[in-house]
Design a protein around this ligand. Sequence first.
Ligand code: SAH
Length: 215
Amino acid sequence: MIPDWSAERREMIDRQLRGRGIRDERVLRAMSGVPREEFVPLELRILAYSDGPVGIGCGQTISQPYMTALMAQELELDGSETVLEVGAGCGYAAAVLGALAARVVTVEIVPALAELARSNLRRTGRDGNVLVVRGDGSMGYSPGAPYNAISVAAAAPDVPISLLEQVRDPGRVVIPVGTREDQALRVIRKRGGRIDYRTGVQCRFVPLRGGEGWH
Ligand code: SAH
């Protein structure tokens, strides 16, 4: 039997997102519009709307829907922004951010995953305003800078300075910061030349690799 994906998607929105306090209607609408099953490997598609991360190959994961929603909500996008994502993975979060902002640049360090993200975005018709760049994004991506918002989908020991330099004023950065096993989502705001931050929910992401990540 073929699962009823739109029913599963509605249930995800109600239980996992609204039920846990995601209130930004634009985020909820964006996640209602992106077919998450298309971003999960065929053999794991049955888990596409499960309440946790799912393997996508190369030891990496598609993030839990709630984390994708929360990070997008924290960026407070209105549709006019240029957004940098570090860690495209399968391209799902990039598709969601693409529905919320004017333009998205997403960097992926694993070549096979950069290719996977590209093909998933193309197949779902989400590649119009999303550029996938293959490379180390731990120091951002200067050719596209400055960005109105930056979302980092892998955990770092600390906030890379380059990301703070590449975000506009005013602008926002969300990034999981902590140890390899345990992190908290950090929400950073640049405004009037000042940078302040807030520590949000506990989380567990795959490690950020490369120059400003874990070696
Ligand atoms: N955005 C994804 C989640 C991807 S998981 C989603 O839609 O759910 C995090 C990804 O970050 C992995 O694919 C990993 O390969 C990638 N990554 C880790 N370090 C990186 C780096 N320095 N630059 C770019 N990508 C990186």
